[in-house]
Design a binder for this molecule. Structure first.
Ligand code: ZN
Length: 457
């Protein structure tokens, strides 16, 4: 009888040889854990972080959360309260002030996008000067690197108050990055694995898509009424168990690093000297943006957050809407925001304000872009005129406008406010009214706050 034994031995040898021929690969490298962050703060200027620093102190010192920060500019604009350095030199100083201020909170992962300070309140101008696309690519890269659970940023709404165009630009880019960083078709060069990670010629980045879980906003509006109940609120009077002082004091100490800036660094230094922390004791009020995990809108920022990634969540995106007849609408940033909120599924922001509002200084001109739309099949003539409070003057806008069939006409209207206008809300509101064929086709009501100090820097 033939023995099967040699055959088994032979098979065993072959298997052993094959196993020896196939080496085991080392484990794949995970994303760099050193950069994993809980909260990514995306703001415009060095010192913007001070608006929420009382909350950050709680998250960092007492809840041991990791915070990273992106600034849209390095702070090249505005005056210098600490020295003669201006323009590019000033931004060099301000970058260090911001780094030192945040380092005092243990925050070392701080990036600057290099956008220029752009005075004004028009978000579209700031997006232009910041080179929107490049800035967005950088923020998406940093979201993929830092893999935040929460993104915290300025409020993307045109409100009466400082409401800097740069602040709004940082919030628009932050919202876009929240919605895009998890999409592998967006900036795919950031994701493609390099052929050899040790190769000097690597031109792709080896990151991974990342979907942040929650988005929150904060505002520097002149009035807080519309923000109340819209998100969590934190009390800076509370004492930090870890630090043994109030969050208000920690916020003042953080702000005091920004010595080139009169209304923050110098102000905080004086407040600490006097022991008067009233300004810092105002609640930190946040506005809920969205959450992809189960969470209430007014609960803690980190409510519902559990470790690990979540799937990419596609947003609605822009959808064209059909208009009918003749209509007028505010154009420019107002028109942009109407579509932006819908596209990014943060439509609750559309009802924060009862009607549009702006703040100007006494004697300042108010420029409002208005689009007249004709959805009818024939050309029409539309008359635009303003109804103004006492002392106001119409400079540009009142006219009969020819509007093509299925076309539109955008008018830059200009109103002059009285030099001696009282501070406070103008009463009644500014109204632009449009008529066609003797019939009113629509009106725009603008709430105007007379403030002081000219345009924000
Ligand atoms: Zn700012």
């Amino acid at each position: 009888m033939l023995s099967l034994r040699p055959v088994f031995i032979l098979l065993g040898v072959i298997t052993a040889v094959r196993a020896a021929e196939i080496p085991k690969a080392p484990p794949d490298l995970p994303p760099d854990q050193r950069f994993k962050t809980d909260i990514l703060l995306i703001v415009a200027h060095p010192d913007d972080e001070t608006v929420v620093s009382a909350y950050l102190a709680k998250a960092i010192f007492d809840e041991h959360k990791r915070v990273s920060v992106i600034f849209g500019t390095r702070g090249n604009g505005g005056g210098n309260e600490a020295g003669n350095e201006q323009a590019d030199a000033l931004s060099t100083v301000r970058e260090i002030e911001a780094r030192e201020a945040l380092a005092a909170f243990g925050v070392l992962h701080v990036w600057f996008l290099d956008g220029p300070d752009t005075p004004g309140q028009d978000v579209l101008r700031s997006l232009e000067t910041w080179h929107h696309g490049e800035a967005l690519a950088k923020v998406v890269r940093l979201v993929r690197l830092t893999r935040p659970e929460v993104i915290l940023t300025w409020l993307p709404v045109y409100v009466a108050g400082e409401n800097h165009g740069d602040h709004q630009a940082s919030s628009v880019i932050a919202t876009e990055a929240f919605d895009l960083a998890g999409d592998p078709t967006v900036f795919p060069e950031q994701l493609s694995q390099p052929r050899n990670r040790r190769d000097i010629n690597n031109l792709t980045e080896g990151l991974h898509p990342w979907q942040p879980k929650k988005l929150y906003f904060f505002s520097d509006a002149s009035h807080v009424d519309f923000q109340q109940g819209q998100g969590p609120s934190y009390n800076p009077k509370a004492v930090s168990p870890a630090q043994g002082v109030s969050y208000a004091r920690l916020a003042a100490e953080e702000m005091a690093y920004h010595l080139t800036q009169g209304d923050t660094g110098q102000f905080a230094t004086d407040a600490l000297k006097k022991g008067d922390l009233k300004f810092f004791e105002e609640p930190v009020q946040l506005v809920f943006g969205k959450s992809l995990v189960k969470s209430s809108s007014t609960g803690d920022i980190l409510e519902g957050i559990t470790p690990g990634s979540i799937p990419y969540a596609r947003v609605s995106g822009y959808q064209a809407s059909e208009k009918s007849g003749l209509s007028i609408e505010l154009a420019g940033p107002w028109a942009f925001y109407r579509e932006f909120w819908k596209a990014h599924d943060i439509l609750q922001l559309a009802s924060l304000l009862k009607q549009p509002e702006v703040m100007i200084s006494p004697g300042e001109k108010l420029t409002l872009p208005i689009t007249i739309t004709n959805s009818e099949a024939t050309a029409r003539e539309v008359t635009l005129q303003a109804i103004l409070p006492e002392g106001w003057r119409e400079e540009r806008g009142r006219a009969v406008y020819p509007v093509d069939a299925r076309g539109s006409y955008t008018v830059q209207t200009v109103l002059q406010s009285p030099a001696g206008a009282q501070k406070g809300w103008v009463n009644p509101d500014i109204i632009w009214k449009a008529e066609a064929g003797g019939k009113e086709i629509g009106s725009i009501h603008m709430r105007v706050l007379i403030g002081g100090g000219g345009l924000p820097q």
